[in-house]
Design a protein around this ligand. Structure first.
Ligand SMILES: Nc1nc2c(ncn2[C@@H]2O[C@H](COP(=O)(O)OP(=O)(O)OP(=O)(O)O)[C@@H](O)[C@H]2O)c(=O)[nH]1
Length: 226
């Protein structure tokens, strides 16, 4: 599990931007809103139109975390089996965090979460990868209710707890002008993964960071039993 350093070629005295790069993979059933969530974070707005993702789409954003510029590389993966099967191993290679998405208005997308975790577990090959759970499309349901069109809030909380995952409800479609909840979720995840202070760092030009084995408390909070 390596976070690579990016070096752009330098000429003369031009300073060389160096970023730690963090790969975040977004998974979940087709249609839950993975593209819209990643686009919202990348472009700051809901996309006008989306089509089913084929394989994977990449979106990158440079963030300033406590004075350090880092690059977040989002892998928006296909939810449809036929568009992902040949690529699955690539998704999980050197991943730093996983965002597992379901649609709060679609109970089937919640019921399928164990299958996604099974895929993580199978492909992460023993690595413990930080994982968060995101229930999207809150704009479609009455949020004051404990039942979201069939997905019970209590069930979701228990599922997240059982797998040691932080859990967020949001909407990629939340009208602009309101507080950017989607942005806050991504920023908080970026902050947490960059705070893994015990990364080991090889200082060669294209060196890498290695995720450490975390202490028990940290593991309980972040590992998704992948
Ligand atoms: N109301 C509402 N609709 C949303 C939201 N997020 C996504 N959608 C809609 O849901 C549909 C599917 O969204 P996508 O982002 O393409 O879903 P996906 O998970 O990337 O789908 P695949 O690429 O097939 O895996 C689109 O019609 C979006 O406009 C949301 O927060 N609220």
């Amino acid at each position: 599990m390596d976070a690579s350093l990016e070096l752009s070629t330098s000429t003369g005295n031009t300073s060389v931007p160096r970023y730690r790069i963090f790969k975040i993979v977004v998974i979940g059933d087709s249609g839950v809103g993975k593209t819209c969530l990643t686009y919202r974070f990348y472009a700051g707005r809901f996309p006008n139109k989306t089509e089913a993702t084929i394989g994977v789409d990449f979106r990158e954003r440079i963030l300033d975390i406590e004075g350090e510029k880092i690059k977040i590389q989002l892998w928006d993966t296909a939810g449809q089996e036929r568009f992902r099967k040949s690529m699955v191993q690539q998704y999980y290679r050197n991943v730093h965090a996983i965002i597992l998405v379901f649609d709060v208005s679609n109970p089937a997308s919640f019921r399928n979460l164990p299958l996604w975790l099974e895929e993580c577990r199978w492909n992460a090959q023993g690595q413990e990868v930080p994982c968060i759970l995101v229930g999207n499309k809150c704009d479609l349901v009455h949020q004051g209710s404990s039942v979201w069109a069939g997905v019970k809030g209590e069930q979701v909380r228990k599922f997240a707890e059982a797998h040691g995952m932080p859990f967020y409800l949001t909407s990629a479609k939340e009208p602009e002008g309101q507080r950017d909840h989607v942005g806050a979720i991504f920023m908080s995840l970026a902050y947490r993964i960059t705070r893994q202070r015990t990364f080991s760092y090889r200082s060669e030009a294209l060196g890498s960071f290695k995720l450490p084995s975390r202490n028990r408390k940290e593991k309980e909070k972040w590992a998704c039993n992948c």
